[in-house]
Each structure stands twice: as C-alpha cells, then as structure tokens.
Design a protein around this ligand. Structure first.
Ligand code: ADP
Ligand code: MG
Length: 319
C-alpha cells in the first residue's frame, strides 16, 4: 500500500462533512471557515507507544482515546469542537491495525460532529498526534487562571477508575474479572465532557481537565489563579469498585494517577443555583473550596490533614 492509498483508504472516508470545511483532506492545507466573531481554541496531544499506551493496546480504543483526550482539552476550555488533524507515525501500513483504529476514532468524531481535515503520515515508531480545533465566544473560554477565593470546587463523574485499571494491567494489583470489566472502559475509552464544558461557560470561574491526576491539575488552577484550596477526601466521587479497592491502593491512586478526563472547575457562590439546574448526566460533585492562602490542604474522612506521597504524573520528573 502506498502512502497515498493509505490516506485515501483510511482517512479520507468519514461520515462527518461539515459546511465550514471549505477544503479538507487532499490539498496542501485544509481551508476552514470559523464562525464570525468566535475565537478558535486549538490543542494537541501526543501519544507515544510505550509511554502513553502499552505497545499491544487495542487499536479501536487507541483511536478513540487519541481523539478523546483532545476533545477533553477543548471541553476544559468550554469550546465547541469542530475539526481535527491527525499526525501518525506507523511501523508498517497494517490494515488490521488501521481499520479498528479509524473505527474507534471516527465513532467518537461522529458523536461530536468533528471532521478530520488533514494530517501527515510517516513510517516510524507508533506515535499518534492529534490536533483539535473548536469555537468559543470571546471572553467566555474557561481558563485555569480564573479561580477566586470562596469559589466551590467541583469535579464531574468519578475519579480513580482508569488508574485502578492501569494498576491491574501493570500487575501491581489483581482485580476480579467483574471489577476489571467495570473500570477498564474508563482507561481505554474516556468520555470527553464536551457538553458539560460548554454549559459551564457562563457559570464557572475556572476549569481544567484531569489528565495527570486531581492534585496536579487542581494544582495548575491554584498556581495560575494565585490561590489555595481545601478539599475533603470523603467528598471525592469514586465508583463503588474504586472505593472497594482504596483500602489496598490508598487515596493517592485516586488523587495522583491521572487519566480520568473528568473536568475540575470552580464556581462562585452566586452561580451555585444555576449550576444545580444543569444536572448533567455524568453528575458533578463539590469537593472543597478555593481559599486565599496558597497551597492545597486535604482532610481525610476523619477530618485530619492528609499528606499525599505522590503529586501527579510528570514525564520528566526524577530525570
Ligand atoms: P504533503 O506532502 O503536502 O504533506 P501529504 O501527501 O502528506 O501532503 O498529504 C496529502 C493530504 O492528505 C493532505 O491534505 C494531508 O492533510 C492529508 N493527510 C495526510 N496524512 C493524513 C492523516 N494521517 N490523516 C488525515 N489526513 C492526512
Ligand atoms: Mg505530508
């Protein structure tokens, strides 16, 4: 298969055809028409085999996740996703890998009505880099820097399931089959909280998506907003399966292992009622408050200070 055939066979065929794509795959560059008066939110994420995913990872899940992590970044900005680019290095042109990879990616693309508009393809160690673009009205993007003392801190969904599944796969813990079945999807096919992010535009002061663990990502909000926070472990939403393993793994797994792709956001008191009205399907849970004093204070179930041993995922830590 030539490079051109590969692009035509796997990437040029897709169900999404947006009116704002003047020219997509096939020319030297895509031509895109953003809506008048909106800002463009642009993000990219790099997935490297052996670093971000296990070399034998299921290609359908990889296709889903490669796009999902980008949509999650747009969600965290409150942006409405529109387009994406796919840069791919492949060891070989293997249809048995490419077909399920594309199925996973395009299924999620369809769900969010985002169109693949270009990219680049090369031979090389398996690496997937997607760049996604979305729209947000000027001044309405959710920034990391907007948190204010007194804001309530919330997270969507539940935390820790992806980390639990990863521990099982790496052999650190042995999950019974029904527990693994309950959490594996959270690691393999995260759900980007796109609609939730968009509805938070007029309500939240700040937001981030949790990709490196709550402590690290909430830490970014605190740092960029020049504030501190207090959170309670007993308020952190976890699934029943995750909760049943915390005795064994400790809370650090939930707080510092990342890959949740939930949103963490802060809301001023005066918007609490508006937030209650939203009631998104994934739910959201108050976990603490923003305080003027810098630093993150965590209290455990008995009200005593909790000192985490890990702070979050960092690719260059301890190098
Ligand atoms: P160029 O030589 O100008 O980089 P290519 O031959 O690499 O062009 O790409 C031809 C067309 O196919 C371009 O429109 C490019 O955006 C698109 N394309 C290449 N690789 C991918 C990919 N992995 N996914 C989507 N579109 C791709
Ligand atoms: Mg090229």
């Amino acid at each position: 298969m030539t490079e051109f055939e590969l692009i035509r066979t796997f990437f040029a065929r897709q169900d999404v055809a947006r009116a704002d794509v003047v020219a997509g795959i096939g020319d030297d560059a895509a031509l895109l028409q953003p809506p008048a008066g909106q800002q463009l939110a642009v993000t990219s994420d790099l997935l490297v085999s052996g670093v971000h995913f296990l070399p034998d990872a299921d290609p359908f899940s990889l296709g889903h996740k490669a796009l999902a992590v980008n949509l999650s970044d747009l969600a965290a900005m409150g942006a409405e996703p529109a387009w994406f680019m796919l840069n791919l290095a492949l060891p070989k042109a293997d249809a048995n890998w490419l077909q399920p990879f594309c199925n996973g990616m395009f299924e999620l693309a369809r769900e969010h009505h985002v169109q693949l508009v270009g990219g680049d393809t090369s031979r090389g160690p398996l690496t997937i880099a997607i760049e996604a673009h979305g729209f947000v009205p000027p001044g309405q993007a959710l920034r990391r820097s907007g948190a204010k003392a007194g804001d309530r801190i919330y997270v969507t969904g539940t935390l820790g399931d992806a980390a639990l599944a990863l521990r099982h796969r790496l052999g650190g813990i042995r999950l019974p089959e029904h527990d693994l079945a309950a959490v594996a999807g959270r690691m393999d096919r995260p759900v980007p909280r796109v609609r939730e992010g968009m509805t938070l535009r007029s309500i939240a002061h700040s937001a981030i998506d949790i990709s490196d663990g709550l402590l690290a990502d909430l830490g970014h909000i605190l740092e960029m907003s020049r504030v501190g926070a207090r959170i309670s472990l007993d308020k952190i939403p976890v699934s029943p399966v995750c909760r049943s393993h915390i005795g064994e793994t400790g809370w650090d797994m939930v707080l510092a292992n990342g890959d949740d792709y939930e949103l963490c956001f802060t809301v001023p008191e005066q918007h609490a009622a508006a937030l209650e009205k939203l009631r998104p399907a994934c739910g959201f849970h108050p976990i603490g408050v923003i305080e003027a004093e810098p630093g993150l204070r965590i209290v455990d179930e008995s009200g005593k200070p909790y000192q985490p041993r890990q702070s979050g995922h960092d690719h260059f830590a301890n190098n």
